[in-house]
Structures are given as structure tokens and as C-alpha cells.
Design a protein around this ligand. Structure first.
Ligand code: NAD
Length: 362
């Protein structure tokens, strides 16, 4: 059924300005092909917004995001704004958007395109075929728990952070993981440290309870230290990895590196109603403005938006197939180039993916 959706497009800084137009072209092509109406509305964010309004997340941009069905974000930050105090820096915009949109879950897929197996530091036979999704709780746990701080005691200074999770926080992120698993291979591995931490004991209990509503999905539990090893030893055993804020921060970076390049990977932040989709990399000031940035992580973020916010699985897959087809033809941006491949710039990579997508019709 044709859908009508409104998407807030926030390109931001550095390479964000170059990769977002490629992603929007892909989105428009999908809309045209499948009869959907996607209206893009644009707003400044990050350093771009500071230059225009003095604020990294101006109220107009926030209103735009809140009034949309999903947000597509490029990247924020750069040396120009590094001298500003913490509250005024471009990166604050991300925290503001997460908080204001109630984004409590972060989804990070790590999928290896077979053509890029040599870009990984691990052996081909270990990483071939990996296709996993880390579901990380984003607004609770030790990063936010209280008490926190550094205090002076008679014995010297003492640093404190508190790992705390409520049943409600665990329940809602568990639903995100089980729902995502239903769009995949139907296996959730919940990661905790229940042999040592009480908060993990509760995590395990609640995840097990929520699982009763998803009898078609398999649930396994694994300790975080074992998971860190298994990701390198046998990553193909995982489908969806469900975990806390702290463990997810670390494991999602580990999983990302299995696939080789930071420019390839998308992410989604989900919560109440409006999801936010962005590549995992930053504004890459060292290569910005040179038409060399890899747009694939950004374009794959559009696929995630179609899958998770709009439930358009076939449209999402058509984008992923187009990416794979262009890689199979040997085209690479410089970050993923290897001997024998053809190096192309940001715009040409985007145009070739678009061509494949449009050719799907013929
Ligand atoms: P970065 O991700 O921007 O870049 C790290 C390295 O990866 C650089 O060598 C860069 O050239 C390369 N790279 C990144 N994206 C690429 C792409 N699409 N194609 C090819 N190569 C790519 O991280 P950084 O250099 O640590 O940070 C730069 C700025 O971005 C900082 O201001 C930082 O705060 C900000 N940042 C923003 C986000 C975000 O917007 N979500 C995330 C991380 C960092």
C-alpha cells in the first residue's frame, strides 16, 4: 500500500553535506518506483546551526523533527567549533534529539558485504556471512545512574557511577530486540553479567519474561566477557544482540570493526514514535568537501528507516541489493578500495547505486 510520510533531513557538518543528498536521491527513487509519497523537510543542525542561529539544535529544527515521521541525519561536529564550551558544541544536538524524541534504543547492524571481506582485520573464513544487529539500550544504565561523581573522603578521592535499570526500561528495549528479530533470523542473544551484577540479574529475568510474548523467536543468554570473545571467534552465531548501554557501547564498536570500514555502516535510534537514522561515522573533517566520502552508510540508513519506521521491508532490501550490486561490479570509494577495484567519488558511488535501484524496474 502506498504510504505518505514526512522526513526531517538534517545534513549537519563536514561530509554530512555530501552524503545526505545521495541518500535523499535514493529515497526519492524508491518513492517513485513504489508509489509512496515521501516529503523531505530540511533543517540546520550541529555546527551549521551554530553558524546560522548560535545554537546546535535550534527550536525550529527540533519542531521539524518532532513533526516528522522519521529523521535522517548526516553528521555533526568539526574543528571549527571545538573551542566552544560543552553545552554549545555541535555534538549536543545529538543528545538533544535523543532526549527530546525519547530515543531509548540504538540499532546497529554489522553486515559483511562479501566483496569487502579483505577490508577486515579478521580472516575471511571467520567473518564471511556475518549479518548481526546490536540492540543497545541508550538512555539508562551506568551513564545516567545516580549517585555519580567524584567525592573527597578521608582516604582520598572516590569516583562513583551507578549501574541501574528498571523493569520498565528493560521491558521496552527487549520488545525492540524481539520485534527486530522477527524481521530477521529470529534469534536474540541477550548479553549481561548476571553472574556478578544484580542489575544484570534483573535484566535476565525481565528479558526472559518478555520473551514469553515471542514464542517464535529463540532467546539465548550470554555473559558479556564471553560475547566479546565470541564476536571475534564465531560472529556468525549471532543474529540480534540485546544489551545494556555500557556493554552495547563497547560491543557495537567491536561488531562494526568486523566489517572493516566505518563508512559502510548505518544506525537507527528508536523510541516513542519518531526514529532517527544516521551513519555511525562522524563529520570526517579530514576528507570533507573533497567528494571522496563513502555515502553507503548514509544510504543504508535510508534502508533502515524504511524497514524499522515504515515497515517497508522490500523497499529496504532493494536499496541493500543495489549497494551490493555496485560493490560486486568493483566500484569502491577510496576508504574501501583494494587492488583491482575502480575508485569513484561520493557522487559517482551515489549515482551508481541509484542506477541499480532504478534498473530494478526494467
Ligand atoms: P569520524 O567518524 O568523523 O572519522 C574517523 C575516520 O573515518 C576519519 O579518518 C574519516 O576520514 C573516516 N571516515 C568517516 N566517515 C567516512 C566516510 N563516510 N567515508 C570515508 N571515510 C570516512 O570521527 P572523528 O574524526 O573522531 O570525528 C570528527 C568529528 O565528528 C568530531 O567533531 C566528532 O565529535 C564528530 N562525530 C560526530 C558523530 C555524529 O555526528 N554522529 C559521530 C562521531 C564523531
Amino acid at each position: 500500500m502506498p504510504l505518505t510520510k514526512r522526513i526531517a533531513v538534517l545534513a549537519g557538518d563536514g561530509v554530512g553535506q555530501e552524503i545526505v543528498p545521495q541518500a535523499v536521491s535514493v529515497l526519492e527513487a524508491v518513492a517513485k518506483r513504489c508509489g509512496h509519497t515521501f516529503t523531505c523537510v530540511y533543517g540546520p543542525v550541529g555546527g551549521e546551526a551554530i553558524d546560522k542561529t548560535g545554537m546546535p539544535l535550534p527550536p525550529e529544527t527540533l519542531t521539524l523533527a518532532k513533526g516528522s515521521d522519521a529523521v535522517l541525519l548526516g553528521a555533526v561536529g568539526g574543528p571549527k567549533w571545538e573551542g566552544l564550551n560543552y553545552e554549545q558544541r555541535p555534538e549536543r544536538a545529538l543528545l538533544g534529539l535523543r532526549e527530546q524524541l525519547g530515543l531509548f534504543g540504538n540499532l546497529r547492524p554489522a553486515k559483511l558485504y562479501p566483496e569487502l571481506a579483505d577490508a577486515s582485520t579478521l580472516k575471511r573464513e571467520v567473518i564471511e556471512g556475518i549479518d548481526l544487529l546490536v540492540v543497545r539500550e541508550l538512555t539508562g544504565g551506568i551513564y545516567f545512574g545516580k549517585p555519580k561523581g567524584i567525592e573527597r573522603t578521608e582516604a582520598g578521592l572516590r569516583g562513583i557511577n551507578t549501574e541501574v535499570y528498571t523493569e520498565e526500561e528493560i521491558t521496552r528495549i527487549a520488545h525492540v530486540a524481539f520485534t527486530a528479530a522477527r524481521k530477521r533470523r529470529r534469534l536474540v542473544t541477550s548479553i549481561d553479567k548476571a553472574n556478578v551484577l544484580e542489575s544484570s540479574e534483573l535484566w535476565r529475568q525481565v528479558v526472559t519474561e518478555v520473551h514469553r510474548q515471542y514464542p517464535d523467536v529463540e532467546l539465548r543468554h550470554m555473559y558479556v566477557d564471553n560475547c566479546a570473545m565470541q564476536l571475534i571467534r564465531n560472529p556468525r552465531q549471532f543474529d540480534v544482540l540485546l544489551t545494556t548501554n555500557l556493554f552495547g557501547d563497547i560491543l557495537s564498536d567491536e561488531a562494526a570493526m568486523l566489517t572493516g570500514s566505518i563508512g559502510m555502516l548505518p544506525s537507527a535510534s528508536v523510541g516513542a514514535t519518531v526514529g532517527m537514522y544516521e551513519p555511525i561515522h562522524g563529520s570526517a573533517p579530514d576528507i570533507a568537501g573533497k567528494n571522496v566520502a563513502n555515502p553507503i552508510g548514509m544510504i543504508a540508513s535510508v534502508a533502515m528507516m524504511l524497514r524499522y519506521s515504515f515497515d517497508l521491508e522490500q523497499e529496504a532490501e532493494s536499496i541493500e541489493r543495489a549497494i551490493q550490486a555496485v560493490l560486486a561490479q568493483g566500484y569502491r570509494t577510496q576508504d574501501i578500495a583494494s587492488p583491482g577495484t575502480t575508485v569513484v567519488g561520493t557522487t559517482e558511488m551515489g549515482a551508481r547505486i541509484l542506477d541499480h535501484l532504478q534498473a530494478g524496474d526494467r
